[in-house]
Design a protein around this ligand. Structure first.
Ligand code: ADP
Ligand code: MG
Length: 432
């Protein structure tokens, strides 16, 4: 489907923030492309570079992308004697009738299932109409940003006219014991209860995970059954492994047993995460604090990341390393969110929020105080903070995190460097 002229014009002018090198907005949710082959025929080096960058985007890891120069002519030539890939992307700087003529030549050799995306410089409704008539899937106006291409390619494979489901939110600690799991579970709970989004908390800490304890559930099956039988994984199979916590919240629990060891390959969780992502609007991953091929892959491929850090030096260093690594691996995404937790332990010297903000070049979304009574009660009762005390300010923080991580609230810096928290923040300020 061709985009409407208005949308195309938006692509052309681009997001001024993105053009200025600012971080892309996090409220846009692009579902990853499946295992498809794509060949791009570019005319300009700028577009070739954008396609190259797009092919390295986390949402395109499964796509197999080849790039060559030569535009529409080269494309028509290339497929005279060989089958066409799933997607052909063609850049053409020519006049409209030249482009259309080359597309007609290509059509003669194109397999029926192949989708074609065109990148050109012509902004004209009549031309769009001619492209539509030829069954062109999308038209992007040059110059294009990597994310325009990611959006275009991934859009071909998500359901038309439906919002893609399955926003994956990964929560990880900058150190062990900083409360990452507690935050993950409470944020998942708030997403389900306060935003009424169907969600699943997925405990990836197979030997020691606490999600079952925290939600007071002892399911006979869980994530291990999926990870150890990858051939059987589909949503029906995974569905049977989940236990229901609340109206909108399910749990995919860790076995938390030591009768086997858990040495996973990089792609061990791909199958189960794909099944969840394709069927459940919000997937909260409780990622254990470790650094391995699979934890890195899970973090890099998540839609949103929340790093939980306690206010000490080791946490500061690790949080910065995690944020820098993820920023570098995800150039088309916002840098990971982070929050501080267990702040204000009596007599314990701390690194200030300002120092964290400076090192991480970002403010924490929230700063959660150390509240041993409240958190201890919740943990021992198998309850969430909002169940122990719905009106506690910490419960508000989890609600705010839920909004931010699902793209419902934006985190903006005010001029003073403090966060402006939008609606919920104002609500919280009114209360206190
Ligand atoms: N803000 C807090 N105040 C007091 N205790 C907390 C707080 N956050 C977490 N905890 C407690 O810290 C311990 C470790 O939490 P956990 O979520 O298991 O950490 P992680 O997953 O980072 O290893 C738990 O006993 C939990 O109840
Ligand atoms: Mg944990």
């Amino acid at each position: 489907m061709i985009r409407h002229a208005q949308q195309v014009a938006l692509v052309e002018h681009g997001d001024p923030a993105a053009a200025a090198g600012a971080e892309p907005a996090s409220d846009e949710h692009i579902a990853p492309a499946p295992r498809v082959s794509m060949q791009a025929f570019c005319e300009s080096v700028e577009t070739a570079a954008a396609v190259q960058a797009a092919s390295e985007d986390r949402r395109m890891v499964k796509a197999h992308v080849k790039i060559q120069m030569g535009g529409a002519t080269a494309a028509a030539e290339a497929y005279r004697n060989s089958p066409t890939p799933n997607v052909i992307l063609i850049e053409s700087e020519s006049r409209a009738d030249d482009i259309l003529m080359n597309l007609d030549r290509l059509a003669e050799v194109c397999d029926p299932g192949t989708r074609v995306i065109v990148i050109g410089r012509i902004n004209d409704v009549g031309f769009y109409r001619d492209l539509t008539k030829r069954g062109i899937s999308d038209y992007l106006i040059a110059p294009v940003q990597p994310l325009d291409i990611v959006r275009g390619v991934c859009g071909l494979f998500s359901q038309p006219d439906t919002k893609p489901v399955g926003r994956v939110i990964a929560v990880v600690g900058a150190k062990g014991g900083v409360g990452a799991s507690t935050v993950a579970h409470n944020v998942g709970f708030a997403i389900a209860r306060d935003l009424a989004l169907d969600s699943v908390v997925t405990d990836l800490d197979l030997p020691f995970g606490t999600a079952g304890l925290d939600f007071n559930q002892d399911p006979p099956q869980g994530i291990a059954d999926a990870v150890f039988s990858p051939d059987r994984v589909d949503i029906n199979f995974v569905d049977r492994l989940m236990s229901k916590c609340t109206d909108h919240l399910s749990l995919l629990a860790a076995p938390a047993t030591l009768d086997r060891v858990y040495d996973f390959g990089a792609e061990a969780f791909d199958g189960v995460l794909d099944a969840l992502r394709a069927n459940i609007p919000c997937v909260v991953l409780d990622v254990p604090h470790q650094w391995s091929a699979w934890t890195k892959r899970v973090l890099v491929s998540a839609d949103e990341i929340l790093v939980v850090a306690a206010p000490d030096l080791a946490n500061l260093r690790n949080a910065k390393n995690i944020a820098d690594m993820l920023k570098a691996s995800r150039p088309n995404d916002r840098r990971p969110f982070y929050c501080l937790n267990q702040v204000g332990i009596p007599k314990k010297p701390e690194i200030s929020t300002a120092d964290f903000a400076k090192a991480l070049e970002d403010d924490p979304v929230v700063t959660i105080p150390f509240e041993p009574q409240l958190f201890g009660t919740a943990a021992n009762n198998g309850q969430m903070i909002a169940e122990v005390s719905a009106s506690h300010k910490t419960a508000d923080m989890f609600r705010l995190l839920a909004q931010v991580m699902t793209g419902r609230a934006e985190v903006k810096r005010s001029r003073g460097g403090l966060l402006s928290l939008g609606m919920l923040g104002k609500l919280m300020q009114r209360k206190s």
